[in-house]
Design a protein around this ligand. Structure first.
Ligand code: B16
Ligand code: MG
Length: 229
């Protein structure tokens, strides 16, 4: 197990970790799914977290058994429609959408000279960060349009360490999605799962909410694991 003292950087997911936008993604997908006659379930909503736009659409069509009913051009139109719905929901977005404890945590990381990067699958992430007033903290970002594979593939979190000039073993990745935790783990970083610990059982450390995300709590969690091992 990695020691707390080895850690030099933090790689953040955006939707569901920094901001409460995962509910807006779910709302916009639900609108489209129901229009296409696909039953919306909590399980489907969970599986979509962290998954790229086109992969999410394919997952929804698959869940309804209608993946072969549409051409690629029609799928592109559906994805564009979902994004337009999503952006409508973000219309009045501001810093009040930042999840609890996140600003204090980021400031604390900066104060202690940790490096920060962003590993969000969302093409909207630069816009969202700007609206939240947090873009100045994330100069180092992985551009999701340059990725060959989406989460759970390790590529995005591996690149999140790379943009910081750090080794994966020197980084902690923070995620709210099962696919995201799997990406962090297979990139060789230490994973923190935010949310349902049963769904995120593969995470090295679990916190029920971002409010628990402090350097002190991370240190405590890591030290208690070392003592048990
Ligand atoms: P977009 P994250 C992910 O962001 C969301 O969790 C997922 O719901 C969304 O489909 C994906 O970004 C793509 O987003 O359509 O805005 O490009 O959790 O990786 O920050
Ligand atoms: Mg997320």
């Amino acid at each position: 197990m990695v020691k707390f003292e080895q850690i030099k950087g933090f790689v953040f997911d955006l939707d569901g970790v920094i901001a409460d936008t995962s509910v807006y993604h779910a709302k916009a997908w639900r609108q489209l799914a129901e229009k296409l006659g696909v039953t919306w379930t909590d399980d489907l909503a969970d599986r979509l977290k962290g998954i790229s736009r086109m992969d999410s659409l394919n997952m929804i069509l698959n869940a309804g058994g209608i993946e072969s009913n549409y051409t690629e051009t029609e799928k592109e139109l559906f994805a564009t429609e979902k994004n337009a719905n999503y952006l409508k929901l973000l219309k009045n977005m501001d810093s009040t959408e930042i999840l609890p404890g996140i600003v204090d945590f980021i400031r604390d990381l900066e104060e202690h000279n940790y490096k920060l990067s962003l590993a969000s699958a969302s093409k909207n992430s630069p816009f969202v960060l700007k609206r939240l007033g947090l873009d100045m903290y994330f100069k180092n970002k992985v551009d999701p349009t340059t990725l060959k594979h989406g989460k759970p593939d390790p590529e995005i979190f591996a690149r999140g360490a790379e943009v910081l000039n750090l080794k994966p073993s020197e980084c902690i990745g923070i995620e709210d999605a099962k696919a995201g935790v799997q990406s962090i783990n297979s990139a060789g970083e230490l994973s923190i799962g935010i949310g349902n610990a049963e769904i995120l059982s593969e995470a090295d450390i679990n916190f029920a909410s971002t409010g628990e995300l402090t350097l002190e709590n991370i240190k405590k969690a890591l030290n208690s694991q070392i003592n048990v091992d």
